[in-house]
Design a protein around this ligand. Structure first.
Ligand code: TMP
Length: 213
């Protein structure tokens, strides 16, 4: 049985979410430095990915290929990678008192495979309950901005991956699904307006981490 002092020694699990071009990487680094400045040990990881097998699945999922990947196959690979990542990296780190900051997590499956590809949320929930049980992030930051603006920001990047080549409507559905998730779980998922200056975004991030972690 886990007693209260054990719980106090656990690391916290923070996830960052958002559609393309919302500035996740900059925010991720900022949150990492913030948590480290409080004296905590931190690891930064990502999904899909985070272990050698999950990184192999990431490469498969992101690469452009002639063969169309079926939406169900895409969803199942996301969860296969997640099951590996959670059990081999995230949970052991949290149990040893290390904080984990993750670039995307289960909410991305609801947004991309649910909203984007049109897979019903109940199916995703079934996989979530199967692979994660009641395990959830302590705090999820949803960086939100208009899809058009986000896409303009990504224009300077290199060759687009298998998701980035999708049309604007795909990303509109993703944004909607993320906002729907945030409305359903307002205590965990906090929306940060990603459009203003970096300083303003960082002020919001600081306040959220201080309040919730
Ligand atoms: P990113 O690291 O640049 O965000 O790339 C990961 C891509 O994978 C991104 O386009 C979102 C997508 N993705 C899903 O479609 N479903 C998921 O569950 C996760 C974690 C990511």
């Amino acid at each position: 049985m886990t007693n209260e002092s054990d719980l106090n020694n656990l690391g916290k699990f923070i996830t960052l979410e958002g559609s393309e071009g919302v500035g996740k990487s900059t925010s991720l680094n900022f949150v990492k430095e913030l948590v480290e400045s409080k004296g905590h040990k931190v690891i930064v990881t990502r999904e899909p990915g985070g272990t050698p097998l999950a990184e192999d699945l990431r490469a498969t999922l992101l690469s452009n290929r002639k063969e169309k990947i079926e939406s169900d196959a895409e969803l199942l690979m996301m969860f296969a990678a997640r099951a590996q990542h959670v059990n081999q990296l995230i949970k052991p780190a949290l149990e040893s008192g290390t904080w984990v900051i993750c670039d995307r997590f289960v909410d991305a499956s609801y947004a991309y495979q649910g909203g984007g590809r049109g897979i019903p949320f109940e199916r995703i929930k079934f996989l979530e309950e199967w692979t994660l049980g009641q395990f959830k992030p302590d705090l999820t930051v949803l960086l939100d901005m208009s899809v058009k603006e986000g896409m303009e920001r990504t224009r300077q990047r290199g060759a687009p991956d298998r998701f980035e080549v999708e049309k604007i409507e795909f990303f509109e559905r993703i944004r909607e699904a993320y906002l729907q998730r945030a409305a359903a779980e307002p205590h965990r998922i906090h929306i940060v307006d990603a459009a203003p200056s970096i300083e303003e975004v960082q002020r919001s991030l600081r306040a959220l981490v201080q309040e919730h972690c």
